[in-house]
Design a protein around this ligand. Structure first.
Ligand code: UFG
Length: 323
């Protein structure tokens, strides 16, 4: 059985839907940002907090857990600057409890959701895993701290792990039954689609004076189901002992500016976005684009869905958002 912590959240719920096809799955989620409706009915669901050692003990004692996948983190850069305690408490202290209880129960396989935010403002155009990790906000720090702990735990206790550094997760399941639903929403693609649905007056483009061809920030958008399939491969590699301490970027390897994303949304929907240039948002690097070559060479994973597919799947979800 696989324990998915944070399996009711945006990325976790998409992973669970794929994982239940081949594994028994138990989800632990406190529903602080996740949605009960998002959890596939074939998974066991436990409502509880990652920081609650009693609940963790109960799960490890009651079920034959062979691996843990950990998605339960706060992930808003701006919020992490304003309230770092929240980020260190949940993303670091609670994760440490999870690791401790895992090791006490001799569960030694761990897949960790990390982020492009560990790279800070990278000095290179295309970021690979050897690019120096140098976060510029508490969110990125909180993720990098766990990455460092995992390496130490591998050396001391034999914990096996795969770290997956996501670039910009986007899109929705092709069924349109699950998708992205954050309150408040801060991510670019859902904000654009909500504007097109009349749920917000306008889209603010945060900065048009970056050193990029059109002056707006460039990101590498990756479909949430491509992220899910990378987790499935990483789990197989861990369980078969093919891999035991790895870090991989997960991205498309192609960057799109904010303006290009808006244009693609207009193309897919046939509607005109009402957008206005606004001030820069604090902490935004001009450009974050992944090299995902390493995971392709080692696990034969590559992103299968392009930006148009991401937006058309997200559009179907947002038109009939179920939660
Ligand atoms: N943007 C706008 N207007 C908006 C919202 C976003 O112009 O209303 C811009 C941002 O400035 C940024 C781009 O659109 O340039 C993408 O912004 P998102 O908020 O969608 O995503 P981020 O790149 O800020 O954040 C993502 C993840 C974080 C992760 C980060 C890594 O959501 O968890 O990538 O840098 F930390």
């Amino acid at each position: 059985m696989i324990l998915v912590v944070g399996g009711a959240g945006y990325i976790g719920s998409h992973l669970v839907k794929e994982l239940v096809e081949n594994e028994d799955v138990i989800v632990l989620d406190n529903l602080s940002t996740g949605h009960r409706e998002a959890v596939d009915s074939r998974a066991i669901f436990v409502e509880g907090d990652l920081g609650n050692e009693e609940v963790l003990q109960m799960i490890f004692k009651s079920y034959p857990i062979k691996a843990v996948m950990h998605f339960a983190a706060y992930s808003l850069v701006g919020e992490s600057v304003l309230d770092p305690l929240k980020y260190y408490e949940n993303n670091v202290a609670s994760t440490l409890k999870l690791l401790k209880v895992m090791l006490n129960n001799k569960v030694e396989n761990f897949i960790f959701s990390s982020t492009a935010a560990v790279y800070g403002i990278p000095a290179v155009e295309i970021i690979d895993e050897k690019t120096a990790a140098s976060p510029i906000n508490p969110y990125g720090h909180s993720k990098l701290l766990i990455e460092q702990m995992l390496a130490d735990f591998k050396a001391a206790y034999g914990l096996n792990y795969v770290i997956l550094r996501y670039f910009n997760a986007a899109g929705a399941h092709e069924s349109a039954k699950i998708g992205e639903s954050h309150h408040p929403e801060t991510h670019l693609i859902p904000i654009i689609l909500q504007q097109l649905l009349g749920q917000r007056e306008k889209v603010s483009i945060f900065g048009s004076d970056y050193e990029t061809p059109d002056g707006t920030c460039i990101r590498d958008y990756i479909h949430v189901n491509d992220l899910a399939s990378a987790h499935i491969l990483a789990l197989k590699a861990l369980l078969s002992k093919e891999k035991s301490a790895e870090v991989y970027n997960l991205g498309n390897g192609q960057g799109f500016s904010v303006k290009e994303v808006i244009e693609t949304c207009e193309k897919i929907t046939g509607l005109k976005v009402h957008a206005e240039i606004a001030d820069r948002r604090a902490g935004d690097p001009a450009r974050l684009v992944a090299s995902a070559q390493k995971i392709f060479s080692e696990l034969e994973w590559r992103a299968e869905r392009d930006l148009e597919q991401i937006i058309s799947d997200a559009w179907r979800w947002h038109q009939n958002q179920l939660y």
